[in-house]
Design a protein around this ligand. Structure first.
Ligand code: CTP
Length: 398
């Protein structure tokens, strides 16, 4: 339950994306939030308040003069109780009103009278989003401290394709959860590697491992939630890129090595979570190896891959380097010896008991202060604890 105890006012304005807001209510309440829906009059033409009432379990407000509010101050009462005001979808018209402080219906009045942070998820046709007036309004809102999430890019209801479409409900949920995380890495830049590498033998075969990338992706999400600018160099995995993280997809260890060294300058932290293949085939066979053309089973000669973490740690002015040690036995001994040999301040020991694939994990942090076991927990919780430790170490080395 990522939003337990949080009170969220969800404002829905007029746009076809209003249907996605219904799903959003379900996701927010599923994470334990109390959701109070307020709709503009136009929004109620796209989806009826009854839908939102059923999903949120609370009466929906649309009218400033709603007789259900005894003191006739719905705009004050509703926002006073909230931890967050979230507007999804936010139409171009609504953003224009917001940027100019207009208050001509319940939702705009409530936003103007707010006493809590405001997150908006714009949704509109591509031309409306690219119109200089909208760009001006967005710039004003950012200056005013309003958090803007999205919009995404892609096919639109109007038949066009381009920027302007509202983020998916799951992405807005992730932004909402992120909003409530402490900004321990504000202003920092973090580079990570994650997933396995794939070392090609021929066009259809290769050497890889069972890393799913889940831990690395969870850490990139936790670092982004903590306010860092995050770049994720990812081996081949089947995971969506966390919202706000910029991902570079690679396949082999050599590609990962080149991508990391190309991006490492200006980063404050480097976290090597990837399960990089230590060796690759010495030669890539350009055509598929044919069984019937072999006199005997072929042998594959291997050569060593570069040690990405080791090289980054040896740079003249290295970022704070964090390594991972996945071990099936002697965790403390092996992890500590890796930490010393790679000359890094922090290594995360991961005792592999039941493979890489689960959503939970058992980790032990090893640094100059000794061992810090993290109790078994979902990967995202462990990732947040690791980020907190990294923030502490950054503070100490300043
Ligand atoms: N790593 C790396 N580049 C490599 C190999 C490993 O950046 N070519 C990083 C991993 O991302 C991880 C750490 O180094 O953070 C793992 O250390 P290492 O001892 O190289 O890992 P293993 O290959 O698992 O070592 P061993 O087989 O000896 O256990």
């Amino acid at each position: 339950m990522e939003l337990a105890g949080k009170r969220i006012v969800l404002g829905v304005t007029g746009g076809i994306a209003a249907y996605k807001a219904a799903e959003l209510v379900r996701l927010l309440t599923g994470e334990g939030a109390t959701v109070q829906v307020v709709m503009s009059e136009a929004a109620a033409r796209f989806v009826t308040p009854v839908t939102f009432q059923a999903l949120s379990g609370r009466p929906v407000f649309t009218d400033q003069w709603d007789p259900r509010v005894a003191n006739n101050m719905a705009h004050i009462d509703l926002s006073r109780a909230a931890d967050l005001l979230l507007i999804a979808p936010a139409s171009a018209d609504f953003l224009a009103k917001l940027a100019n402080g207009l208050a001509d219906d319940l939702l705009t009045t409530l936003v103007l009278a707010r006493d809590c942070p405001l997150l908006v998820a714009p949704a509109m046709n591509r031309q409306m989003w690219e119109n200089p007036a909208t760009a001006r309004n967005i710039a004003t809102l950012r200056t005013d401290g309003v958090a803007i999430v999205g919009p995404g890019s892609g096919d639109q209801a109007c038949g066009e394709s381009g920027p302007g479409r509202m983020l998916e409900a799951e992405e807005i949920l992730a932004c909402t959860v992120a909003h409530f995380q402490p900004k321990l890495l504000a202003g920092k830049r973090v580079l990570l590697t994650a997933g396995p590498t794939f070392e090609a033998i021929d066009p259809v075969r290769g050497i890889t491992n069972l890393s799913t990338g889940k831990m690395g992706y969870a850490i990139s999400r936790a670092a982004q939630e903590a306010g860092a600018r995050v770049t994720l160099i990812s081996g081949p995995v089947c995971l969506p890129c966390p919202v706000g993280v910029s991902r570079v997809s690679v396949s082999s260890a050599l590609q990962m090595h080149a991508a990391v060294l190309g991006q490492i300058a200006e980063n404050d932290v480097f976290i090597a979570v990837a399960a990089v293949a230590d060796y690759r085939p010495a030669r890539f066979v350009g055509q598929k190896i044919k069984k019937r053309l072999q006199a005997a089973p072929p042998t594959i000669e291997l050569v060593a891959n570069p040690d990405i973490l080791g090289e980054v740690a040896a740079l003249p002015r290295p970022p704070l380097c964090v390594g991972f040690a996945a071990e099936s036995e002697n965790l403390a001994e092996y992890a500590e010896s890796k930490r010393r040999s790679k000359k890094i301040p922090l290594i995360v020991g991961n005792l592999i008991e039941d493979g890489f694939a689960g959503d939970r994990n058992t980790l032990v942090l090893f640094d100059d202060d000794g061992q810090h076991p993290l109790p078994p927990a979902p990967k995202i919780d462990l990732a947040r604890q690791l980020v907190a430790r990294i923030a502490d170490l950054l503070e100490k080395t300043r």
